[in-house]
Design a protein around this ligand. Structure first.
Ligand code: SAM
Length: 286
């Protein structure tokens, strides 16, 4: 078989890494697990041995012989042929996720998962991406990805994985990350998740600048004009002189909620058409 680079087909061959990954997910016989990407099924077999049910989403039909081999041995494995980005996760009943992810879809699949309900995910990423996921405020790797993920979940680094653990060998190191989804009652309340995302984009385009400078420099990202933003920032109960990369998740949630409330409650008289259009979605929710 020709391995597809486009589909991220670097299959795990190191059994120690397989074991470490499945161990980190603390799989037991009550668990129902979602796996993304069957490959030749090295992870699937281990999951099938230890759990109640395994759903595997795989896009490449050429892997059907491996799927048949597995489903003839394990009756708790169900293969779903399709694109994991398009499959409706609500149609699958799982509480854990374990996968050696195709790197091309690392970011969208992670955010798709985070919007879904699950207890724990243990996932393999490219090393650099994993470092950004787990980075703490004030560090070099800390950025939009760190905040966006850490808002929804606690993330831990499990282990670094060398290229020789796979066939074919990737060019870069990988890493296993454990993601524990926060319970809804432990999540910081957000006035508007979309505004939070827009604000993150605006802030982290200038992560070494002060909050005020960063916002002014990417004012378009939050659908405002400079004049309006300056007014909104006046007397805001927030340290606007802090550098963006030093803000924790809580700080950014606070800033998002403060600004969102001000935008929502502001009289529209001084707004240009541009602002009105851009912020229609916010004010319509009033
Ligand atoms: N789990 C196997 C392993 O560890 O050896 C395979 C991992 S390999 C990195 C990624 C797998 O995901 C490949 O089998 C690939 O065909 C599949 N894949 C790629 N894009 C996909 C997508 N959008 N939806 C579902 N599967 C996908």
């Amino acid at each position: 078989m020709r391995y597809s680079k486009k589909l991220g087909q670097c299959f795990l061959k190191d059994r120690n890494i397989v074991k470490k990954t499945v161990d980190a997910a603390q799989i037991n016989s009550d668990d129902k697990v979602l796996e993304i990407g069957l490959g030749k099924g090295i992870l699937t077999r281990e999951l099938a041995e230890r759990s109640k049910k395994v759903y595997v989403i795989e896009i490449d039909r050429r892997l059907e012989p491996f799927a048949r081999e597995i489903t003839s041995k394990y009756d708790n494995v169900k293969i779903i042929w399709g694109d994991a980005l398009k499959v409706d996760f609500n149609s699958l009943d799982f509480n854990k996720v374990v996968a050696n992810l195709p790197y091309q879809i690392s970011s969208p699949i992670t955010f798709k998962l985070l919007r879904h309900d699950f207890d724990l995910a243990v996932l393999m990423y490219q090393y650099e991406f994993a470092k950004r996921m787990v980075a703490k405020k004030g560090t070099e790797d800390y950025g939009r990805l760190s905040v966006a993920i850490q808002y929804y979940a606690d993330v831990e680094f499990v282990c670094k994985v060398p290229p020789q653990a796979f066939f074919p060998r990737p060019k870069v190191y990988s890493a296993v990350v454990k993601i524990t989804k926060k319970k809804p009652e432990n999540m910081l309340p957000l006035e508007d998740p979309q505004f939070f995302e827009d604000l993150l984009r605006a802030l982290f385009q200038h992560k070494n600048k002060t909050v005020k400078r960063a916002l002014l420099d990417s004012v378009h990202e939050i659908g405002l004009e400079e004049r309006e933003l300056r007014e909104l920032l006046e007397d805001l109960d927030f340290n606007l002189k802090e550098r963006v990369f030093k803000l924790g998740v809580e700080d950014i949630v606070k800033l998002s909620n403060l600004l969102y409330r001000r935008i929502k409650n502001n009289p529209t008289s001084y707004q240009s058409d541009n602002i009105k259009n851009n912020n229609k979605k916010i004010r319509n929710k009033k």
